[in-house]
Design a protein around this ligand. Structure first.
Ligand code: NAD
Length: 295
């Protein structure tokens, strides 16, 4: 079997096109475009390139995005102060704040993320937004998890009553995705297993999956013998590996071998990544709409 490729890049372009009119409507209604501030700390090349991609995508749909930089030597107090200042509007009115992760080692990431007020938390990491999601009444859903669900729905892959196995239990990806796929309604109602670094018999869990999601950060973790023939495989992982022709990005899935077994699969790059960005734009629009009472 050769798996169908789930083209996240194409879907993200479609989502962007559909957001443009709504952004225009909000801009007209509120007298200014929705505004996103992205905080970039230090000079990690990967983080800088993600931030650039987010700012460019925002511009394409008419969202005003600003990147605020802080030195890699910044401590927790400085970053908490910076985020609070942005939230107060010291740098102009704002609808959404995103703190690009990871933060430098000396920084308490939770403290910095907690400084983002819940109504500006377009990443969906604030305890209030995490709580709303866990209760099945989401406001801002973490972008990658929302993107994976959107991809499944768009591809017509049924989730209701299906077995979904997620490998990786981070607060950012695995945990919110488990909540989403187990929640009631479209793109949900799955029976979800959440695997992690202490899971025994990982391969056996994976083989039981109708939908297998890898979100670990370990190249080659998911091999062909771990995939049930015809299963849908979603590769969230992004890993830079060195090869004979320089470095390239790969996911957590052995793409070549797994494509021969799976029914559908996401590529890396071009799968989940672009959808993460599209969902960030959707969350920023939602924040602006909530601010002016349109939602
Ligand atoms: P994380 O490091 O916070 O979490 C990794 C998870 O994997 C942990 O829950 C851990 O228990 C689990 N794990 C580690 N080793 C394991 C093993 N051998 N078997 C089973 N589980 C194991 O990572 P994260 O922030 O959730 O990111 C995961 C990956 O997804 C990374 O490669 C990251 O770059 C990528 N990512 C991609 C996007 C995107 O837009 N495509 C967005 C966010 C993260």
């Amino acid at each position: 079997m050769t798996a169908t490729l789930l083209d996240g890049k194409a879907l993200a372009a479609t989502i962007e096109a559909s957001l443009r009119d709504e952004v225009d409507a909000v801009t007209t209604a509120s007298g200014r475009p929705p505004r996103l501030v992205v905080v970039l700390v230090g000079d990690v090349a990967a983080s800088a390139s993600y931030v650039t991609a987010k700012a460019r995508a925002a511009a394409r749909v008419g969202i005003d995005a600003e990147v605020v930089r802080a030195p890699g030597s910044a401590d927790t107090a400085a970053l908490v102060g910076l985020v609070r200042g942005i939230a107060r509007g010291d740098q102009g009115a704002v609808d959404g704040i995103l703190v690009q992760l990871p933060l430098p080692r000396q920084v308490d990431t939770t403290a910095v993320l907690d400084a983002v007020p819940a109504d500006l938390d377009v990443d969906g990491f604030h305890p209030e937004n995490a709580g709303l999601l866990s209760q099945g009444r989401p406001r801002f859903i973490p972008c990658t998890a929302a993107g994976v669900q959107r991809l499944l729905v768009d591809a017509g892959i049924p989730t209701a009553g299906r077995r979904a196995v997620i490998v990786g239990r981070s607060d950012i990806v695995g945990k919110p995705l488990a909540l989403l796929l187990a929640s009631r309604g479209r793109g949900g109602d799955a029976t979800v297993t959440l695997c992690h670094s202490h899971t025994q018999d990982l391969a056996e869990h994976c083989r039981s999956a109708d939908i297998l999601v890898a979100a670990v950060g370990q190249p080659g973790l998911i091999t062909a013998d771990m995939v049930r023939p015809g299963a849908t495989v979603i590769d969230v992982g992004i890993n830079r590996v060195e090869g004979s022709e320089g470095s390239r990005l790969v996911g957590d899935v052995d793409f070549a071998a797994v494509s021969a077994v799976a029914g559908a699969i996401t590529p890396v790059p071009g799968g989940v990544g672009p959808l993460t960005v599209a969902m960030l734009l959707a969350n920023t629009l939602l924040a602006a709409e909530l601010r002016i009472g349109r939602r």
